[in-house]
Design a protein around this ligand. Structure first.
Ligand SMILES: [Zn+2]
Length: 289
């Protein structure tokens, strides 16, 4: 599943490519992927110009000149691919052949065409993702956005903010608390394991048993791994292609994630895989007691 860095990379690519472009036409093959009325589409999408592209948690927000926003959730297997008449191409999200093959294809759920002939394809093999048109000023009232925690990479989200929020989950394991989207937005399995290793905290430790000092270190490690992953083009072990058409490479820099039986980069002890918070979890038994 695309995590925060991958979704941020989608946004960075789209910001460069579609801001200022006007939507000419729209087609879709499934109302589940595109649950919008023809009236809304005609009134607020067709003829609208893209004003900005933002991200909140793992949701992509495409703001339009009509004061509507197209929300895009990639879920498990979604991807966005931009193709223009000169064949410039940008694709990111779920890593499969549709990122580089001829489009539309069997996984294409929604196609937007812009006035300059460029097109944006929303592909989704497993059909869990969606594109939803809503008034921009109603975004904050949606249940998901009301519940979701602050953005880890926002300057306003300080270590103090993080510590105060995670300490509302004193009885849970620190890994479960990190994965809880209402504590902090957008953290998935990879970045939870990597940041816990960085802070030398065992993922199964209860939040109440972790010192404030260690929680502050955990936050700085989390920010570090997320920022590094965005810089390296996201994290996947498949044929993920980012805004510049490069394969994602964070996974090469991972210190514990999917490195079971390999030496810990800090102490050379073998990394072990276990199960914490219902998820495959990678730890160093010496560094993370
Ligand atoms: Zn170690």
């Amino acid at each position: 599943m695309p995590e925060l860095p991958e979704v941020e990379i989608v946004c960075m690519g789209l910001r460069r490519l579609i801001v200022g472009k006007t939507v000419l036409s729209e087609s879709h093959d499934s109302d589940k992927a595109f649950p919008n009325s023809p009236g809304d589409v005609g009134g607020f999408l067709l003829g609208a110009t893209v004003v900005s592209v933002r991200r909140r948690a793992k949701v992509i927000l495409v703001d339009l000149s009509t004061r509507y926003t197209l929300l895009v959730h990639l879920k498990m297997t979604g991807q966005l691919v931009y193709v223009d008449p000169s064949d410039e191409r940008f694709g990111a999200g779920h890593p499969n052949a549709s990122l580089i093959g001829a489009l539309p294809d069997r996984s294409t759920r929604v196609t937007l065409e812009f006035c300059d002939g460029s097109r944006l394809f929303f592909n989704d093999q497993r059909k869990f993702g969606w594109m939803r048109l809503i008034p921009t000023n109603e975004i904050d009232t949606l249940e998901f956005f009301k519940r979701v925690g602050p953005e880890p990479l926002d300057k306003a989200t300080t270590a103090d903010v993080f510590v105060a929020r995670i300490k509302k989950r004193l009885g849970t394991t620190v890994k479960a608390a990190l994965l809880d989207q209402s504590v902090i937005a957008g953290v998935g399995n990879i970045y939870a394991d990597e940041s816990l290793w960085g802070a030398r905290i065992h993922p199964a430790t209860r939040v109440k048993d972790v010192s404030d000092e260690s929680l502050r270190l955990l936050f700085s490690e989390l920010v570090f791994v997320l920022a590094l992953s965005i810089e390296k083009g996201g994290s996947t072990d498949k044929t993920y292609v980012n805004a510049e058409g490069k394969k994602g490479s964070y996974i090469k820099f991972a210190r514990v994630f999917r490195r079971e039986k390999q030496p810990c980069p800090r102490c050379s002890t073998e990394i072990v895989k276990s199960r914490v918070a219902g998820r495959g979890t990678h730890t160093c038994p010496v560094c993370q007691k």
